[in-house]
Design a protein around this ligand. Sequence first.
Ligand code: P61
Length: 462
Amino acid sequence: MERHRSWAEPWKVKVVEPIRMLTSEQRQEALEASGYNTFLLRSEEVYIDLLTDSGTSAMSDWQWAGMMLGDEAYAGSRNFYHLEEAIQQYYGYHYIVPTHQGRGAENLLSKVLVRPGDYVPGNMYFTTTRLHQELAGGTFVDVIVPEAHDPTYEGPFKGNVDLCALEELIARVGAERIPYVCVAGTVNMAGGQPVSMTNMRELRELTARHGIRVMLDATRAVENAYFIQQREPGFHERSVAEILREFCSYTDGCTMSGKKDALVNIGGWLALNDAVLYEEASNLVVVYEGLHTYGGMAGRDMEAMARGIVESVQDDHMHARVGQVEYLGHKLIDLGVPIVRPVGGHAVYLDAKAFYPHMTQDQFPAQALAAYLYADSGVRAMERGVVSAGRDATTGKHHYPKLELVRLTIPRRVYTQAHMDIVAESVAAVYGARAGASGLTMIHEPRYLRFFQARFKPLHTG
Ligand code: P61
């Protein structure tokens, strides 16, 4: 492609789904009925849905065609073997255990490897990942580079593992208490920030010296590979597919939510290179998910995911996908709105602390900001701050993350540039009205993953 020209998505639209914006009064009512939690809105009440990129992508005609080729046999479906081949070819792992989605794989991995009293270092927590580690008796330890916690710092690889912090942990607790290092690329809670290939190579070298495994959260590893291609010296001429293969080669297995990179509405997997661990996981999967050749998915779902993997590693797809996120991010930067820098792979993250410096974190500024945004335009976003961080498993106190963010998550191949413009206008309007904004108080707090179902009310009305 000629670099000086504008670029566009490498597809055209074949099927459309109507959307509509409710009136301002209706949106206010919906917000109250949902306890100021965007997870509790009905999707029909939403105009532009940027809650998540999980399971919300548009499938291609080739994927839909594959849905008609579902082999719905209970055991040994041909679609499982297609999926297995695609994962082996593009990610490079030997053994595949299918699961209904990412957390199913996290459950299996934690049950197989984490023992009470263990420590699981990771490049920033992720909600479901950490919970499964804790439920298995482990303690998560954050070993991401410190700049990941600074929304204004413009580093190319803010998802990197802090190798010194990891060395210190190993020295403190002993390698035998660390079943694996959990590396996510990109890092969701840090703003969709990538990990460099250099960091992965060094991590591999360090952990090999101590006999510690590395497990990848591969949910957005293709987006991570795209950033390596764009930002890391020596990778510009290599394809996203090649980079992904090398990246995974420094790890011993992965958990995967196919609902993101792999362009499907449901599905996931656990991949392992070790035959003994695989034996155990493929036995456990029949307890929690389904037989080891479907793991909770229909045959057609596995076919769609096998095809989605092939499409996801195409350079032009990734260019358009991340390009759209960057388009929205740079538009907001130009409007003077504080966002996490640099712009991430799957979402633009608003810095709620910078929006509302007059609120304490106990007033849930990001939760409030997501509510104001919905009230303004029907755009649905997600809180990624103190509510998402939950409580410390031992002390029971709130975690107070440095990042108090609202995530505007872009589904793949779903919205147009015009939708992004509408979103930017609405965010700018909410930013303009920031001085008059007030916080929330939590009136219902579920025990696990509270952010999904918690309810709030305004601290002040009017
Ligand atoms: C998301 F608010 N992500 O970003 P599952 N690892 C990673 C993920 O991003 C991920 C999973 C594992 C979602 C859905 C979601 O706190 C939340 O297929 C890096 O969702 O089980 C999921 O994969 C788990 C939203 C999950 C959340 C947890 O929107």
